[in-house]
Ligand binder design. Structure first.
Ligand SMILES: Nc1nc2c(ncn2[C@@H]2O[C@H](COP(=O)(O)OP(=O)(O)OP(=O)(O)O)[C@@H](O)[C@H]2O)c(=O)[nH]1
Ligand SMILES: [Mg+2]
Length: 302
């Protein structure tokens, strides 16, 4: 019997830092979502489109579900939880690194409130040699979630288990046509990617509250003689954070700019000129209009 083409939407959810964005990038084979070793890296819902001869899976990478500490956190949580409904499948990702915590219960509360079938995914298995420990972790995690259809052990870093997961996802999706043209890999614009890559470097090079207090706004994105010219504002929320982003004699902003430019040249396959400015907007993470201006959240929360 000839299998009919399949398509559907799969949301990837979990607490911060479990490796959701890493998995999306691995599956798509290109960087479409930024990654860092700090929690709360992703702030938006980012579509990653995986097209094969037998089907098309539209993944939604989502922000880590967490207890919000400020208004921006509330917005981000809303982005994550609103992605739970209206999808064909939820990939709920858990991370054995710290065992199960209160934060996992919070994820379970939101996931269990939706009626979408769940694939439970234990990530980061490359860090473990003790299989029994991983199996015990899987058993404990399984008790938290309703609607589990299947369970997987994977490593988003090495790719172990990912092909099997993709096969099972395609199997579970309904018959349907492509939702996006086959050459699409993301629903996000190049402009969005540019602002995210700058934020990724700030997450990489600065510590504690600083990277989380940053918004990046693209002010110019234009092409001239094969050169992509990008001008962006880095917005911080306190005067004291500005010198941290600038660094001694401008060394930090230079480091951020160079690393971001190199990544963007690779992603866009083009020479990039990147100009960065630092601005202070007092307590922007508590102010609705500024949150929408500095986080690309305008469209998804309308
Ligand atoms: N060892 C190992 N590390 C991983 C794996 N997957 C992700 N990581 C690391 O885990 C950290 C978090 O990865 P992200 O992909 O940013 O996690 P996330 O779930 O998207 O995080 P938020 O966007 O904050 O919700 C990074 O340091 C990754 O390199 C894995 O399979 N193995
Ligand atoms: Mg992420």
């Amino acid at each position: 019997m000839i299998e009919r083409y399949k398509s559907g939407i799969v949301a990837l959810v979990g607490k911060p830092n479990v490796g959701k964005s890493s998995l999306i990038n691995h599956i798509i084979g290109e960087k479409i979502a930024i990654v860092s070793d700090k929690p709360q890296t992703t702030r938006n819902r980012i579509g990653g489109i995986h097209t094969t001869q037998s089907g098309q899976i539209v993944f939604y990478d989502t922000p880590g579900i967490h207890k919000p500490l400020h208004k921006l956190g509330q917005y981000i949580l809303r982005v994550a939880t609103s992605s739970l409904a209206g999808t064909d499948l939820l990939l709920v990702m858990v991370d054995p690194t710290d065992g199960l915590r209160e934060s996992d219960n919070l994820v379970a509360k939101h996931v269990n409130g939706s009626n979408v079938p769940v694939f439970l995914v234990v990530n980061k298995i490359d860090s473990y040699t003790d299989i029994r420990r991983l199996e015990e972790f899987m058993e404990s995690a399984s008790r938290l979630f309703k609607n589990i259809r299947r369970r997987f052990f994977i490593s988003a870093k090495t790719g172990t288990g990912v092909d099997k997961l993709l096969e099972a996802i395609l199997d579970s999706l309904p018959e349907g046509n492509m939702l996006y043209p086959e050459e699409y890999i993301t629903d996000r614009s190049s402009r969005f990617m540019a602002s995210e890559v700058v934020r990724e470097k700030i997450l990489e090079f600065t510590q504690q509250e600083v990277p989380h207090s940053v918004g990046v706004v693209i002010q110019e994105f234009s092409e001239e003689n094969d050169l992509l010219k990008i001008r962006a504002d880095i917005v911080v929320e306190r005067n004291s954070q500005k010198p941290i982003i600038l660094g001694k004699g401008g060394s930090m902003i230079k480091k951020i700019g160079t690393a971001a430019r190199k990544d963007l040249e690779y992603i866009f396959d083009q020479k990039v000129f990147l100009d960065l400015f630092v601005k202070v907007r007092e307590k922007w993470r508590e102010r609705d209009s500024l949150i929408q201006e500095f986080t690309n959240l305008k469209d998804e929360l309308l």
